[in-house]
Design a protein around this ligand. Sequence first.
Ligand SMILES: Cc1cc2nc3c(=O)[nH]c(=O)nc-3n(C[C@H](O)[C@H](O)[C@H](O)COP(=O)(O)OP(=O)(O)OC[C@H]3O[C@@H](n4cnc5c(N)ncnc54)[C@H](O)[C@@H]3O)c2cc1C
Length: 411
Amino acid sequence: MTVYDYGIIGGGPAGYSAAIYAAKIGKSVVLFEKDKIGGTCLNRGCIPTKTFIHWADLYKEFKAGVKKELYRAPELGFSFEKISQEKDSVCNNMRNALELILKTLKINVIPYEADIIAPDKIIAGSQVYVCSKIITAIGAKPKCIKGLEFDNEFILSSDEVLNLKSLPKKVVILGSGAIGIEWARIFSAFDVDTIIVEAAQNLLPIADIEVSKRIARIFKQSGIKVFTGCSVISADKTKKTVTLSNGDVLETDILFAAAGRVKNEISNTYNSEIIGDCAGEIQLAHYASCQAKKIILGIPYNKDLIPSVVYGEPEIAWVGKREQDGEFKKVLLPITALGKAQCDNAKDGFIKILTEGDKIAGAHIISKEASALIQQIVIAMQNNIPISRLKEVCFAHPTYSEGIFEGLMRL
Ligand SMILES: Cc1cc2nc3c(=O)[nH]c(=O)nc-3n(C[C@H](O)[C@H](O)[C@H](O)COP(=O)(O)OP(=O)(O)OC[C@H]3O[C@@H](n4cnc5c(N)ncnc54)[C@H](O)[C@@H]3O)c2cc1C
């Protein structure tokens, strides 16, 4: 009987990364995936939403160009159906590429639901697999709110919203976490009347307080209506209305409920390693793959320095301490101070750096390319590079990176 070095349940970023790392160092691996390889990230999360975001942004930029009379496009429009097909094709291409990697590395992929029946045994499709080590990487699913159950018609989850055949005229989004913020900007860019309802006092409540406030301002300017300190208490599918805790009744074509994600369960995890979203910690794809890297290769990571990126318009990214976490010296550089931002017609945003002594304690960025900029800060923080040394670095011009340099020079 074959005894695998690793039995891995779940083919998302946590599971497939672990499988790839293990196979690359010569271990035998069996990987169980009951749905599609790539997990939430590739099929229902990061990749499909960012494809929508790309085309939504382009459309928005064209509209801005037409408004400035830079472009003539009297009938500027879009086909949501084709954009949706484009999203499917991006996901399919990436999944095919990933499946090929798994095949090339001779990872045995079993397309069934799996369960652990003993510390070294997994059952799937009525067959038992013996594995020296087992990794549970079964992910998470959209959180369902009592009384607002998903029906794939009026109340939609983040899985269901991806399969919309056409755009609604009006949408109410419940929750302003990363998923709510990203979809608010997608809908709004495609001219959908967008309302976002957040129970906390500020949008994107996990972010730095100044970031939350600036997003509220940016949303207002883009015509997105925001209700904070407020929740959706009921929904009427027939009347197509939702009632808020403040008594307001809003008409809407759909309610998109983006109130977080809950970890998937398995009957018994025995003593398996639990990684990724189902570990119930930081629910991000790059954190999932960092965990995989650590348990297979022993390469450590710093949990306090996991960057967060929210693909708002502009992008939002941060790492480390937030303003509300303590007393810090701070510098805030408006993005409009940068030549590159002026060239790009980028009107709003900032690079904010919090410091403690000669070290960066945290950074919060709202800007085009924030997703790339934050990585420079992560590398500096992880390596304890003093600000005085960072000032010696030459940053290219005209770039958004210069904003980091300018900010540091003002400290
Ligand atoms: C709309 C949306 C946008 C997102 N955007 C981002 C982003 O921009 N950046 C980012 O970092 N993160 C993003 N995320 C989060 C990211 O997708 C997750 O953090 C990541 O997918 C977690 O990886 P995972 O492997 O732990 O779980 P998953 O990707 O959920 O994979 C788990 C897999 O396990 C399988 N499975 C479950 N139970 C079993 C079983 N018993 N047997 C066999 N297979 C099983 C599932 O079918 C699934 O494929 C987003 C999520 C959503 C929903």
